[in-house]
Design a protein around this ligand. Structure first.
Ligand code: FES
Length: 153
């Protein structure tokens, strides 16, 4: 086995541990707050405006995206946004598998907890899960000062 293969296997095992560990914790209802599994704020928070295909988030009121590794779900627009390393990324929150809600983030990956599909949080690319699942649709997301603007194309 090459070094590259071993690294890939290690990454995959780590990812499975994180995803399935978070899901298992949720399923058994531990009630423990796991920051790696954080699904962010409310679906209708103050500070978010949806106007047509444009979503504006005031980070002084809707604070979830102000922190690395946090997500903000905007259910009325079917959008999930995530802060990865200070950059905001936005996607549809509708899973391409069976249209359930992508709602979790863990260590660089967005997760649909229904059947554990995993997507790269910076590209939306499908990583693992039920066969035939495609990528998440990615939207434009820009941050200027305390305002994030998401444009659904
Ligand atoms: S609906 Fe998302 S993984 Fe099945």
């Amino acid at each position: 086995m090459s070094d590259a293969t071993r690294t890939s296997d290690a990454d995959l095992s780590r990812r499975r541990f994180l995803v399935h560990g978070c899901t298992a914790a949720a399923l058994i209802g531990l009630g423990v707050s796991l920051s790696a599994c954080d699904s962010g704020g409310s679906d209708t928070p103050d500070g978010i405006t949806v106007s047509g295909n444009t979503i504006t988030i005031d980070l002084t009121k809707a604070t979830a995206l102000a922190s690395e590794g946090r997500v903000q779900t905007i259910s009325s627009a079917k959008v999930i946004a995530v802060n990865v390393g200070g950059t905001i990324y936005a996607y549809t929150n509708e899973c391409p598998h069976e249209q359930q809600t992508v709602s979790q983030y863990t260590s660089g990956y967005l997760v649909c907890p229904t059947h554990n599909s995993v997507f790269d949080a910076t590209t939306g690319a499908f990583v693992e899960g039920p066969s035939g699942v495609g990528p998440l649709t990615k939207y434009s997301a820009t941050k200027s000062g305390n305002t994030v603007t998401i444009t659904k194309a």
